[in-house]
Design a protein around this ligand. Structure first.
Ligand SMILES: Cc1cc2nc3c(=O)[nH]c(=O)nc-3n(C[C@H](O)[C@H](O)[C@H](O)COP(=O)(O)OP(=O)(O)OC[C@H]3O[C@@H](n4cnc5c(N)ncnc54)[C@H](O)[C@@H]3O)c2cc1C
Length: 526
């Protein structure tokens, strides 16, 4: 089936319109760039939902070196220290950029930034807006700036599902109307494609991510042969508000930073016995502790009554809204919480300037794996990473502007598939990922998951490239989790609970390698 339309993009093409995509586009101005977004700008992006803010050492009692050290410690032995230091050093400049774009960060009476303290940070380091409105406010500022920048063309309502390759390099993407899965593919041609499609939340049964954030960019890159790094490292947020909603609302870490405690139905603060930092222990430790406590038959609550009390709605208006919708009054009642999928540390492997292993392809934001997060992301480092790497990618692409003229060879046509996400198979995949590739894993569950993913892939053949992207990412996460026979950061193996020094390195894996692990898992089960 021929693609219906071909757009020859003038300049670079950015896939995704969260903070990573929009900031990269702004940094490229006045060079031309096209951004495609499945929804209206500001909708469908995790960035707009970010509550805490942006980590940056801005106070006299803090420093980029201390920020880098905390990043390295949280990352559990696999953070690239050079990346951590350079990102921390550039943080203040990115905050200045956001201020220049109109972000109304919270300030004290003397004009200094008011910064929150979040888990595993050794200082008050998170620049915030109106308590918990950072993501929304930053996105509003970026959207206004993007709309006012003539060199940026925004195409809304379009979703990419395949990379176009020509002459051994990425030459564009195939996309469709996001609202019409039956629509014919459109080919957007560009020699510089930036993936900014966010994380993998939609692969899991309950996630904090918007529903179209479901591993599409990572899947497309993997299917095109890109090297993927650390896919097994998935972060589960300890305190999803447990009110049976999907996506689930989040009770931000900043609440615990303000002194909120985790209690069970008996009122016991169970984290005190588990970690010296109690509720402010690294995210993976808190998430696992809650997971085990719930598995042991307890209910878990975040208690803000004493630490925050009557000022809750004033300081945390977004979370107050979520609680009100669920009929919970955090001034008088503890908030029921449970761990939910939240962030993907792994992604398309990039170098220090955002370049992937495929010529012509860049990755920025949550879809990328730059080496900053290692096995566990430090809270509020992801918006920062998107800003720093967005700026770096823009500089690189603009520097390569002469090569934009390079002719594109003969482009392939996409396979004659419709784009229906098979609903039952999709729900089954999410269930499998949560049950067997979730907070805690073991060889039996991971092998079972690989077999099920292979079966679902066979049964759903030809339905949807978007679903194939998801199955490819599920295969990568599960295969890498099976291969890593230790526990580290966000990857907890019940059968290998110890951390093994010999495995203190990044996982580098291609989809072909993951498929071979999957095939071997199927054989062992015969
Ligand atoms: C509730 C919540 C709170 C958070 N709080 C914080 C915080 O306080 N601080 C922090 O640093 N991080 C926080 N995070 C994490 C952070 O928000 C994300 O990691 C970050 O926003 C990712 O930015 P991004 O631009 O890469 O992706 P996103 O903002 O998710 O944007 C992805 C974009 O890609 C689009 N897209 C997806 N698939 C396709 C496709 N196939 N074709 C075209 N476009 C596509 C999406 O529609 C969207 O526009 C939070 C995350 C959540 C969910």
């Amino acid at each position: 089936m021929p693609h219906d339309s071909v757009f020859d993009v003038n300049g670079a093409l950015i896939i995704g319109a969260g903070l990573a995509g929009l900031f990269t586009a702004l940094k490229m101005a006045p060079h031309p760039v096209t951004v495609i977004s499945p929804m209206a700008l500001g909708e469908g992006a995790s960035s707009a939902w970010a509550q805490g803010g942006v980590a940056a050492a801005l106070r006299d009692d803090d420093s980029p070196a201390a920020h880098a050290n905390d990043t390295i410690a949280a990352g559990a032995g696999t953070v690239d220290p050079a990346v951590a230091l350079s990102v921390a050093e550039e943080a203040a400049r990115q905050i200045e950029d956001l201020v220049a774009l109109g972000t109304p960060f919270d300030r004290d009476a003397d004009g200094r930034f008011v910064q929150s303290r979040e888990a595993a940070h050794s200082a008050h380091r998170v620049a915030r807006v109106k308590g918990d409105r950072a993501g929304f406010a930053i996105m509003q500022a970026l959207i206004a700036a993007v709309r006012a920048t003539p060199s940026i063309r925004i195409i809304e309502g379009i979703e990419a599902d395949d990379l176009a390759l020509a002459d051994g390099r990425v030459a564009g993407v195939f996309a469709r109307q996001a609202s019409d899965p039956w629509s014919a593919p459109i080919l957007f041609q560009s020699t510089q494609v930036v993936l900014a499609t966010g994380g993998v939340g939609g692969l899991y049964r309950v996630t904090s991510n918007p529903s179209r954030v479901r591993g599409q960019g990572l899947g497309m890159a993997a299917r095109a042969g890109a090297v993927i790094a650390d896919p097994e490292f998935v972060q589960f947020h300890p305190t999803g508000i447990a009110v049976d909603r999907d996506p689930a609302p989040l009770a931000s870490e900043a609440l615990r930073g303000e002194g909120a405690t985790l209690i069970d139905e008996t009122g016991t603060r169970f984290m005190v016995a588990i970690h010296g930092q109690a509720e402010l222990a690294p995210r993976d430790i808190v998430a696992r502790a809650i997971h085990y406590h719930i598995a042991a038959g307890h209910q878990v609550f975040l208690d803000t009554r004493e630490a925050i009390g009557a000022s809750f709605a004033e300081h945390f208006p977004t979370i107050a809204g979520y609680c009100a919708e669920a009929g919970i009054d955090p001034v008088t009642q503890p908030i029921p919480v449970a761990p939910i999928q939240h962030y993907h540390m792994g992604g398309v492997r990039t170098d220090a300037v955002g370049r992937t292993s495929l010529p012509g392809l860049w990755a920025v934001g949550e879809v990328a794996c730059t080496g900053l997060h290692g096995a566990n992301r430090l809270a509020s480092n992801s918006l920062l990473e998107a800003l720093v790497f967005g700026a770096r990618i823009a500089t690189q692409i603009v520097g390569e502007v002469a090569r934009f003229a390079q002719p594109i060879g003969t482009l392939p046509t996409p396979a004659p598939e419709i784009d229906i996400l098979p609903e039952a198979a999709h729900a089954e995949l999410r269930q499998i990922m949560t049950a067997d590739v979730g907070v805690e894993r073991d060889a039996t569950g991971l092998t079972r998951a690989l077999r099920s993913i292979a079966r679902i892939e066979r049964e759903s053949q030809g339905t949807s490239r978007a679903f194939l992207n998801m199955l490819s990412v599920a295969t990568l996460i599960t295969a890498a989790a099976l291969q890593r026979v230790e526990s580290r950061g966000g990857h907890a193996r019940a059968d290998y609970p110890a951390t093994d020094r010999a495995q203190a390195h990044q996982t580098l894996i291609t989809l072909d390698q993951a498929l071979a692990i999957r095939a071997a898992a199927e054989e062992t089960a015969q």
